[in-house]
Design a protein. Structure first.
Length: 198
C-alpha cells in the first residue's frame, strides 16, 4: 500500500512548518464549522495523523486560538497590496486594493464569527493577539495602501498617508450598496457628478 505523500514529508518538517500547515488546513474548516470541527477532520485535511495535531497543539482550544490569530494577521493582505502594479491608473490600483482588503475582512469575519457563534471565546492561554496588535495591523495596511497613492501624490489634496486612512475608513464602513468600482468612483470624484458646461 502506498503511503500518503504528505504524511511522508510531515516528519521532516520543523515544528513551526508543521504548525503553519495544520493552521492552513484548519482555517476553512473552522470558518465553516466553528468549534464543532473535529481535530480528526483537520488532520485529514492536512494529510496527517490526528496525533500529529497534538504534538504541535496542547488541545483543540489552542488550535482554534491559533486559527483566530492567523486569520487576523495582516501579512497576507499587505503582500497582496504590495504586488499591485503602480503602473496602472490610480482607480484600478484602488479597486484591486479594495478587493484584496474585502477578502481579508471576509476571512477574518468568517473565522471570528464561526468561533464566537459556536461559543469559543478563546485567548485564555496566549492565543489572543497582543494588545496594540490591531493598531499595528492597521498601520501596516495603511502604509501599504499609502504606497499605492505615491505615484499620484502631487495631485492629492492631502498627504498619501492621510488619504489612505480616509480610503480605508470608507472601505471598512461600506455596505453592500456600493460595488468596488462605485466606492472608488465616489472616493476619487465625490458624490456629485460634474456636468460638462453646455
Amino acid at each position: 500500500m502506498s503511503e500518503n505523500p504528505v504524511r511522508r514529508r510531515a516528519p521532516g518538517m520543523s515544528p513551526e512548518e508543521r504548525r503553519a500547515m495544520i493552521i492552513a488546513a484548519a482555517l476553512p474548516l473552522v470558518a465553516e464549522y466553528g468549534t464543532a470541527v473535529t481535530t480528526s477532520k483537520i488532520a485529514r485535511a492536512a494529510g496527517i495523523g490526528e496525533a500529529t495535531v497534538f504534538r504541535v497543539f496542547a488541545d483543540k482550544d489552542e488550535l482554534l486560538d491559533a486559527c483566530m490569530v492567523e486569520a487576523m494577521r495582516p501579512d497576507h493582505v499587505v503582500t497582496e497590496l504590495a504586488s499591485i502594479s503602480l503602473d496602472q491608473p490610480l482607480a484600478d490600483r484602488l479597486a484591486e486594493a479594495a478587493d484584496a482588503l474585502g477578502a481579508h475582512l471576509e476571512r477574518m469575519g468568517a473565522v471570528a464569527g464561526a468561533l464566537h457563534s459556536s461559543g469559543h471565546r478563546g485567548g485564555e492561554r496566549g492565543g489572543r493577539p497582543q494588545p496594540g496588535s490591531r493598531e499595528a495591523s492597521m498601520e501596516l495596511i495603511g502604509d501599504a495602501v499609502a504606497d499605492l497613492f505615491e505615484p499620484d501624490e502631487a495631485a492629492l489634496r492631502l498627504p498619501a498617508a492621510q488619504v489612505s486612512k480616509v480610503f480605508l475608513g470608507l472601505l471598512f464602513t461600506r455596505s453592500a450598496v456600493l460595488s468596488t468600482s462605485q466606492l472608488v468612483e465616489v472616493f476619487l470624484h465625490g458624490a456629485i457628478e460634474e456636468k460638462e458646461p453646455a
